[in-house]
Design a protein around this ligand. Structure first.
Ligand code: ADP
Ligand code: MG
Length: 661
């Protein structure tokens, strides 16, 4: 029942050709009068037909389905449903589904849930199963006390679950959503309050006073630490050497230099005889950190003594066993990896410090599980999500906060521009010029392959196009989440070393990637991404001393998109952007992209549901005030749910929406 739909399809009554709304899904009733035609180019093909009625005409396009030419209904009325776009003044219905009028009639005026699926499981199957479960399963217990439900005007759990799966209309959906999100936020806030009570006063069992070597290395870095970095380093130092265990969040915009702080902290753990571990959300990022760490240790002649290891999911059993042995025997003093570090049964005999990078990509249980490895290690988490301060205080209430306010010196702010597709040619010429200067370029597309309904750029076609265009002159690589881990690593390495000059990629490069020589970030179909995500992507450039550029290509000409992108165009400040994002996204933005990039919640979105979050937070505070241990009768079920959320074992996580990492 908690397998929530990720979207809903509304089958609205069909309209005539003249009534369609551009840039929206439309169901159009009309007749194809002439046999469709197929145009081929290379491996691709478009099947085209003309739909008409007395009110007007629409072009119909289908990609990669040449056989449709012989199967489409000609000469009789049908319903065609798909996205209508406008190109050069012409209206095109893209990749429509075709329905017989009676079949369509049956679907209309309902919101049909759309579920996340996996191979072999169809949307219809999941819908059928859920219908059955909702009808036949015994009532599930209500964990929200009556009083709270009344006060917040929330439906009961049975009703909410029924409505979240099969709502009659948007209003019903919204009521259900608010109830479930409220519950989710409330449990989270109660849990955070519990963590705050429990963990904060934990005695420092891994004391790490400063040592001469860490001090001297901090002074001999190839760059001067910024004032912020020094300040935060000092705060970390006080925690590590102080009476209580560290629970600290470093929040710093992309490029503010968090990694080096992690390394220096790990060094201090090493000097004091402890192992330390650093966890990153993607294989690509963990691998990059490993490379950087090895070079860092090499520089100070510590590689032999530290024996850092990279423990990630994609290793062979044999490699895993060997690395696990090195960790368990204490040979490996610094351990890097992905979720594998917490998910599997690893033992760390002398673990004194755990760090998670890009914390917003991890769920709350990971945050806790990781800190339970070893014996009460220090916990440092780093995040670039520039979520507004008020929200950060709520969501990370169990942690002390350190903020990196300034950027390393000698950085030029990234120059931005927002353009439409007509500018693409010019952008490619610009890319060519930048590579001639020895620099490198990222191009990000929203999709991996062209087999999608939406008219969006995809990595495979786009990459092939650029490879063709720059053949023999500029090397172009391709990167996406469906590639094998080794392949991904090879490509990333080649790009980092400069063997590849242009990298066409999905958002796998969104977090953490650091190639200071890259100066151009071009984002296709920028309208498909959230502002926070675009800001993260832009953070991949502007990391070296050369001037960098970010080109946002707008794939439609909607004014709302333009307004949104203008925010990025005028500011490079992550906090400002986050606040604007929050303002722009009203409750109207229901089924949109999950923009915050936070993986903490399954249904709640801290931006869209900011008001619910605040209410749930206030409610949690009230409950804690009256009944801090949740011992009263009416809070019993709440307590169980919080415990399950924060303290259950065997939790597996999936990286959040979008690209598979
Ligand atoms: P983020 O905070 O986004 O994780 P990184 O730690 O990846 O940023 O740092 C971005 C780049 O800036 C790296 O190449 C890093 O070596 C460099 N850097 C970090 N601190 C400084 C500094 N004080 N002066 C100059 N460059 C720095
Ligand atoms: Mg980083």
């Amino acid at each position: 029942m908690r397998w929530y739909p990720r979207d809903y399809e509304a089958y609205e009554p069909p309209v005539s050709c003249g009534e369609v709304k551009v840039w929206e899904k439309n169901a159009v009733f009309g007749i194809i009068r002439q046999k469709p035609s197929v145009r081929r180019f290379g491996n691709n093909s478009i099947t085209m037909a003309r739909l008409s009625d007395p009110t007007g005409e629409l072009q119909l396009n289908w990609f990669h389905m040449p056989y449709l030419r012989n199967t489409l209904p000609v000469g009789r009325g049908c319903v065609f449903r798909g996205m209508v776009i406008e190109k050069n003044g012409r209206r095109i219905l893209q990749h429509p589904q075709v329905y017989e009028p009676q079949a369509y009639e049956k679907l209309t005026n309902r919101l049909l849930p759309v579920y996340p699926l996996t191979e072999g499981l169809s949307g219809n199957t999941v819908r059928r199963i859920l219908q059955q479960i909702l009808e036949e399963c015994p009532a599930i217990p209500e964990i929200l006390p009556r009083q709270i439900r009344d006060k917040e005007e929330l439906p009961d759990i049975q009703q909410a679950l029924q409505s979240i799966h099969f709502p009659q209309d948007r209003r019903e959906w919204e009521r259900a959503k608010n109830r479930l999100v409220f519950e989710e936020f409330l449990l989270f806030q109660l849990g955070v309050a519990g963590l705050r009570l429990r963990l904060h006063q934990e005695m420092n069992t891994c004391p790490m006073p400063k040592t001469e070597r860490t001090e001297s290395i901090a002074k001999r870095l190839p760059f001067r630490l910024t004032d912020s970095q020094q300040q935060v380093l000092q705060e970390i130092g006080q925690d590590l050497g102080g009476p209580y265990s560290m629970r600290r969040l470093i929040q710093g915009d992309v490029g503010s230099g968090k990694t080096i702080l992690a390394f220096l902290s790990m060094l201090r753990a090493f000097e004091n005889g402890y192992q330390s571990a650093l966890m990153a959300p993607t294989d690509v990022l963990a691998t990059q950190h490993y490379g950087t760490l090895c070079r860092f240790l090499e520089e100070y002649d510590l590689l032999e003594a530290v024996r850092p290891v990279l423990r990630k999911g994609s290793l062979t059993q044999k490699e895993k066993r060997e690395i696990d042995r090195q960790i368990a025997s204490g040979e490996a003093r610094m351990i890097l990896g992905t979720h594998a570090l917490i998910q599997e049964d690893l033992s760390y005999p002398e673990l004194g410090l755990v760090i998670t990078d890009e914390q917003h990509r991890f769920g709350v249980r990971q945050r806790k599980q990781f800190s339970e490895k070893g014996t009460a290690p220090h916990v440092l988490v780093m995040s670039a999500t520039p979520i507004p301060r008020t929200l950060a205080m709520i969501l990370y209430g169990d942690l002390d906060l350190s903020v990196l306010r300034d950027m390393p010196a000698h950085r030029l702010p990234v120059k931005n521009c927002v353009v439409n597709e007509q500018y693409r040619e010019a952008a490619w010429r610009f890319m060519e010029k930048e590579t001639a200067l020895g620099h490198q370029v990222y191009v990000v597309c929203p999709m991996i392959d062209p087999d999608e309904e939406l008219p969006c750029e995809n990595v495979l076609d786009y990459g092939a196009r650029l490879q063709e265009r720059f053949r023999g002159r500029i090397s172009v690589g391709i990167l996406h989440g469906k590639m094998k881990p080794e392949e991904k690593q090879q490509i990333m390495q080649d790009f980092a070393k400069g063997k590849l000059r242009i990298l066409v990629s999905t958002t796998v490069i969104e977090v953490g990637i650091d190639v200071p020589n890259a100066t151009v970030m071009m984002i296709e179909n920028a309208e498909r991404f959230g502002l926070a995500q675009l800001h993260q992507l832009r953070g991949r450039v502007g990391r070296g001393s050369a001037q960098s550029y970010c080109i946002f290509v707008q794939g439609n000409d909607r004014p709302e998109t333009r307004d949104r992108l203008e925010i990025l165009n005028h500011s490079n400040d992550g906090f400002y952007i986050a606040e604007q994002d929050l303002k722009l996204r009203g409750p109207g933005d229901l089924f949109g992209i999950r923009q915050s990039g936070l993986a903490l919640f399954s249904l709640g979105d801290i931006y869209r549901d900011a008001d619910v979050l605040e209410r749930a937070d206030a409610c949690a505070k009230e409950i804690i005030k009256e009944d801090p241990e949740l011992e009263s009768e009416e809070h019993l079920l709440l307590k169980q749910a919080v415990t399950a959320l924060f303290y259950s074992q065997n939790d597996s996580i999936s990286p959040d929406s979008g690209e598979v990492i």
